[in-house]
Design a protein around this ligand. Structure first.
Ligand code: SAM
Ligand code: SF4
Length: 322
């Protein structure tokens, strides 16, 4: 089997697939309230195209597929996508990052289709703060979705939190308390300059160090020695075994060990969240000979060569050698 090794000698094993750019929330750090230039529906990858590209990726050593968005739960064929991904040979681990809205309806079907884990975004335990941060009145629905995921056996259930100064940063210890009580693993993510609304300011970002300082007002944190490829720096809480993670993508980038590639909902391959360039995989994939079933479709050679070329040149990740 081939492996995807880029020019920084990083081996890529983790594929993040955005299933849609649409979302049921409008988190202030992620999307503007209005005026998002949504992708045209007819440019989005079909289920068959998604599975073809995923089959190319697993043949190249990708062993973990993370479904994301926008909000992946808005994709109507989500259960079919998960079932198709887990049926690939070799079969990747399939997980999802989600805001959990709607998980009450299909958590069990997703588990039956082979979904193993979810990361759920939860930034606050306060109804009003949720409305302010997500610009939608869906706090209870989010909690219900998290519970549904846990009840369906999606474990370990991880929570992702972005702290905004003066908005929810005082809640860090309460969020950790909540996660510990329920047996979830909480990870704080430094706010990155990714929002389409360009509201990010380095000075107002809550840094990884500040996150730890806030947690240490209530808990004792001890670094977990082995980090591996994971972006989160992990800490035992009060001696363990419970842990909390801090992803300091801005103040302590993990580019040197990053093993991820990203596919947008319209089939563009991006080597990095901050990539300036994309490689179009949808066109070669769509041109691959039509088959009745993606299962009988051998990896389309042109998509495969695009993927390999994009990965091996990897011109857009300027920080990889750190
Ligand atoms: N809608 C899903 C969700 O919120 O989990 C999946 C997509 S969302 C883009 C994936 C993750 O990116 C979430 O955990 C979210 O908190 C995080 N995220 C979004 N914008 C961010 C930003 N500007 N800085 C840091 N993390 C961000
Ligand atoms: Fe939607 Fe997730 Fe972005 Fe929030 S962080 S607006 S839930 S995509």
């Amino acid at each position: 089997m081939q492996t995807l090794i880029d020019r920084f000698d990083r081996v890529h094993r983790d594929l993040r697939i955005s299933l849609t750019d649409r979302c049921s929330l409008r988190c202030t750090y992620c999307m503007p309230e209005q005026g998002v230039p949504w992708l045209q529906k007819n440019t989005m990858l079909t289920t068959e195209e998604l599975l073809r590209l995923a089959s190319v990726a697993v043949s190249l050593g990708i062993d973990e597929v993370r479904l994301t968005g926008g909000e992946p739960l808005l994709r109507r064929d989500l259960v079919d996508v998960v079932a198709g991904m887990t049926a690939l040979d070799p079969s990747p681990e399939v997980s999802m990052t989600t805001n959990a809205l709607g998980l009450t309806k299909n958590a069990e079907a997703l588990v039956a289709a082979g979904l193993t884990r979810v990361n759920v975004s939860l930034d606050t335990l306060n109804d009003d703060t949720f409305k302010k941060m997500a610009r939608r009145d869906r706090f209870q629905d989010t909690l219900d979705g998290i519970k549904a995921a846990a009840d369906a056996g999606l474990a370990p259930l991880k929570l992702n939190t972005v702290l905004l100064r003066g908005v929810n940063d005082h809640e860090a210890p309460d969020l950790l308390e909540f996660a510990l009580e329920h047996g979830y693993e909480l990870r704080f993510i430094e706010q990155m300059p990714l929002d389409a609304g360009h509201t990010w300011h380095r000075e107002s970002m809550v840094t990884g160090q500040e996150i730890r300082d806030r947690l240490e007002t209530r808990f004792e944190l001890t670094p977990v020695p082995v980090r591996g490829n994971a972006p989160a720096e992990m800490f035992f809480v009060d001696g363990g075994p419970a842990k909390v993670g801090v992803i300091a993508s801005v103040t302590s980038p993990f580019c040197g060990t990053c093993d991820r590639v990203r596919l947008t909902a319209d089939g563009q391959l991006r080597n990095c969240l901050f990539a300036q360039n994309e490689t179009d995989l949808r066109t070669p994939c769509a041109k691959a000979p039509a088959t009745k079933s993606w299962r009988t479709c051998s990896a389309p050679a042109s998509a495969l060569s695009c993927l390999v070329t994009a990965l091996t040149s990897l011109a857009s990740c300027s920080q990889a050698d750190r």
